[in-house]
Design a protein. Structure first.
Length: 177
């Protein structure tokens, strides 16, 4: 019986490896790392949902205004974590510096020493990739600590607005010169 199980596992492993190679088409895609990243996300969401259900936490109702604030705050926090020069120490284990980008932003490349490092590097250098994690964190915050979460989302929304005003001001200065 154990021998049959080992054979089935070996066939499944070979099949998974060949499918992964066919998918990659010779490119460096860290599929195993992606599986770990998805498993971490799914585990966190499942655990939090279980805790919320066990403690009978009500789900918040989102107004359009609150949804807009969450959207803007998600954008700004994601951009701050993935692109801000000052937050680059958070990304050092997973990324390497590749140059400057927009105002106060840097470009970085994911490290490729391992599939897991590469996957987390992509997550932490891509604001689009991190948006899901940030939005989920805010949703969890609204369930367990709504007042604090609203304060944080309001702060990051104000920061995003201030950024746009800084850029508009700089553009107006250039136009006046």
């Amino acid at each position: 019986m154990a021998s049959t199980a080992r054979k089935v596992a070996a066939v499944a492993d070979d099949r998974a490896r060949s499918e992964a190679e066919a998918y990659r088409q010779g490119q460096d895609r860290p599929l195993g790392g992606y599986v770990v990243v998805m498993a971490v996300f799914t585990s966190v969401v499942t655990a939090v949902a279980g805790i919320a259900a066990a403690t009978r936490r009500p789900l918040p109702r989102l107004s359009v205004k609150e949804l807009v604030l969450l959207t803007v705050a998600t954008h700004k926090l994601s951009r701050t974590i993935t692109k801000d020069a000052v937050t680059s120490p958070l990304r050092v284990p997973f990324a390497t510096y590749a140059g400057t980008a927009g105002p106060s932003e840097v470009m970085e490349e994911p490290r490729k020493e391992s599939s897991l490092r590469h996957s987390f590097g992509e997550l932490l250098t891509c604001p689009f990739c991190l948006d899901l994690w940030i939005a989920t964190g805010f949703a969890i915050g609204l369930v367990f600590a709504p007042r604090v979460t609203r304060l944080v989302t309001g702060t990051f929304t104000a920061l995003a607005g201030a950024d746009f005003l800084q850029l508009a001001y700089a553009a107006a200065q250039r136009a006046a010169e």
